[in-house]
Write a protein that binds this ligand. Sequence first.
Ligand SMILES: Cc1ncc(C[n+]2csc(CCOP(=O)(O)OP(=O)(O)O)c2C)c(N)n1
Ligand code: SF4
Ligand SMILES: [Mg+2]
Length: 329
Amino acid sequence: MGSTPTNTPAPAPAPKTNRIGLQVVDYRGGKTTLCAGCGHNAISERIIDAMYEMGVQPERVAKLSGIGCSSKSPAYFMNRAHSFNSVHGRMPSVATGAMLANKNLIALGVTGDGDTVSIGAGQFVHLMRRNLPIIYVIEDNGCYGLTKGQFSATADLGSTLKSGVVNDLPPVDTCSLAIQLGATFVGRSFSGDKRQLHTMLKAAIAHKGTVMLDVVSPCVTFNDHEGSKEINVDYDPGTTFEVTMHDGSSLRLRKLEQEYDPTDKIQAVRRLMESHEKGDVLTGVFYINAKAPTFIDMLNVADEPLATLPESVTRPSREVLAKCMEELQ
Ligand SMILES: Cc1ncc(C[n+]2csc(CCOP(=O)(O)OP(=O)(O)O)c2C)c(N)n1
Ligand code: SF4
Ligand SMILES: [Mg+2]
């Protein structure tokens, strides 16, 4: 007698995993509370994908931020990573302390244009010149989203608020500034450019030193309704793309050509300035220096991270302390 054919369903395919055996869900975070269509949400998605694809152990990552909608976003990716939401504009000093205490961490700073270029300008300047190993992402919307959309120092000259107020101050270009100050991997992208941002983040994860990525990230503060949609763009290297923003204004993105040489610092600054003159927002990786020593190298810190050294090594003995006291008398 032949066996009765059964209709057993085919076994479900094994979930996709990365090189360390984790699934993409292992890189997700809490549900976002940011506005629908906010560019910051798209950036969180790209961080999740890039970390997953690069097979980064989530527990090695320290997510660091300041205050702002952008600075809230680390709550929406990589729940398994460490996280520190610091004071407005002060994330760089917390990041520096964390990395000096445990150089095995992968520091990922997520900040806003207000957090970085307004209140945090002093801290930003000194972070960039130290080449601390960190991926520093500015979610740049040209305004203080969290406190109702006032202009930030990256807002374009002549841009207008819904109230009619016109910005009459020139913007700070965070990328030129970072290059001149000493950052060793500097780029700009657009939150809705999945392809470019994804590739840029993966390269950033592989870099040793300060990565400064300025990601133009539209704020829908003044246009936050059910129809507010994420703005997606896809354009080729060497071409321009005109984006219409939520408030009706437009932005002309220009992507660096494939043959561009990112090791030439002077050219990088010149290209940024020339694009600015033309009214273009240049995107791509402008500058890379893979050879510069990092802040950790310069300080010649011990191989074993300070955070995991036993007390017997970090604490001077009673005799040593007594000797110090004697010398002070
Ligand atoms: C010391 C201090 N000053 C001012 C504020 C008020 N404040 C909170 S967020 C913010 C600006 C945030 O702008 P940005 O960093 O660009 O983030 P976004 O919300 O646009 O993502 C300001 C001024 C604060 N929280 N702390
Ligand atoms: S106010 Fe602007 S920056 Fe903040 S969540 Fe909404 S869209 Fe994003
Ligand atoms: Mg902002």
